[in-house]
Design a protein around this ligand. Structure first.
Ligand code: PLP
Length: 375
């Protein structure tokens, strides 16, 4: 039995998937974003569940992730958001993953590889409509597209862009991006191309129904966290990741007892202090020192003192029934209380995405409530 573990509730993942689906027209398809080990939730079991729910595409960031996902044969196309490097192209084309393209030299290399393998390289063209990050600038799209269309062995399956501020309440910049994106899609249509247009992340899916086009790309909402607290149309989402441990040592200490490194906390009354074997190495950030809360017997208990590499200390004086070996929930729910990724993220000055990625790196992960996929 490990001293701490991550539980992934696949029934919550299904619930969140259908929350997305309920917001969409029946013609729009869902691309499940499972990059970075499905935001720490475990790429393969998550992808298997999403496929069983009716997702049509997956996206990962890097080719090696796509190769791992392809190897389990879920039968859905996999988009590689960062594109593929020349050294990876033979394998990528051979197994049919979909590189995102934004560089003509890479597109030409893909074309040569496709011709030499006597196969098609199926690509998604990335356009920068205002994020300023990856993608062909709008001003260059027309000539890029004309050149891409002429390359032998290349089939353009999708055209995508990405919102910079879809999670903010003011949607005016999204509308500017959308206007540019529509123009790009028209440019493609005028050349006889029929493609999946896609620009909506979770925030776009929830707040901008007119931005769904043929395909949407939810990530964070599938994992049960809203992309921000500014959404105009928030959804009913359920946390998927639960991070748990147990009380390793429980003891009474007198008033005036310093707790942990740096003596940053000193008891103001006789106290019961629980030591729990998780720390910053387990993804429980040191920024939670003297700030975080955990759940014991369904009640919140404050983290006191500094987070160590593999231990934290919790004040459970107000929970007299607490005992050694009791379950401690650091993220997720216990009885009626929940500690969300958003709550921890706010204490750490970051976003829930980063909290899930960090905690998701834990060695012990169990998958609960698998659905029709029968894992
Ligand atoms: C990560 C990512 C998404 C998913 O964004 P969420 O905010 O998690 O929904 C969508 N599209 C691209 C290009 C991404 O990199």
């Amino acid at each position: 039995m490990p001293s701490s573990w991550v539980e992934i509730d696949l029934s919550a993942l299904r619930h969140n998937f259908f929350q997305a689906k309920n917001r969409m027209s029946s013609k729009t398809r869902i691309l499940g974003v499972v990059k970075s080990d499905a935001y720490g939730h475990g790429m393969i079991p998550v992808a298997r569940e999403l496929a069983a729910c009716g997702a049509h595409f997956f996206a990962v960031s890097k080719f090696w992730e796509a190769a791992e996902l392809h190897a389990v044969n879920l039968g859905l196309p996999i988009v590689v958001l960062l594109g593929v490097e020349p050294a990876e192209m033979v394998e990528a084309v051979a197994i049919g993953v979909r590189p995102v393209v934004f560089r003509m030299d890479h597109a030409k290399a893909l074309s040569r590889v496709a011709c030499s393998l006597n196969k098609q390289a199926i690509v998604h063209l990335k356009v920068d409509t205002g994020m300023g990050r990856l993608g062909v600038p709008c001003a260059e799209v027309e000539s890029f597209l004309d050149e891409l269309i002429r390359l032998p062995g290349i089939r353009i399956e999708g055209i995508l862009s990405h919102f910079a501020v879809a999670d903010e309440s003011d949607k005016s910049y999204c509308e500017l991006q959308l206007g540019r994106f529509r123009q790009v899609l028209q440019t493609a249509a005028a050349r006889g191309l029929s493609v999946y247009g896609h620009i909506a992340n979770s925030a776009g899916l929830l707040d901008l129904p007119h931005a769904h086009f043929q395909l949407v790309r939810p990530g964070i909402m599938l994992y049960g966290s809203p992309p921000s607290d500014e959404l105009l149309q928030p959804a009913d989402l359920r946390p998927v990741m639960h991070f748990k441990s147990t009380i390793l040592h429980l003891k009474n200490v007198p008033e005036g007892q310093p707790i942990g490194y740096g003596r940053t906390y000193v008891t103001r009354r006789p106290s019961r202090i629980a030591t729990v074997p998780v720390g910053y190495d387990d993804g429980y950030s040191r920024l939670l020192s003297n700030r975080g809360q955990v759940l014991v017997r369904g009640k919140r208990a404050p983290v006191v003192g500094r987070i160590s590499m593999n231990m934290i200390t919790v004040d459970v004086t107000h929970i007299p029934e607490a005992a050694e070996d009791d379950e401690v929930v650091l993220l997720g729910c216990q009885e009626k209380e929940c500690i969300t990724g958003e709550e921890i993220a706010a204490l750490c000055g970051t976003i829930s995405y980063e909290i899930f990625c960090s905690i998701g790196r834990n060695r012990y992960k169990t998958f609960l409530n698998a659905g029709a996929s029968g894992q």
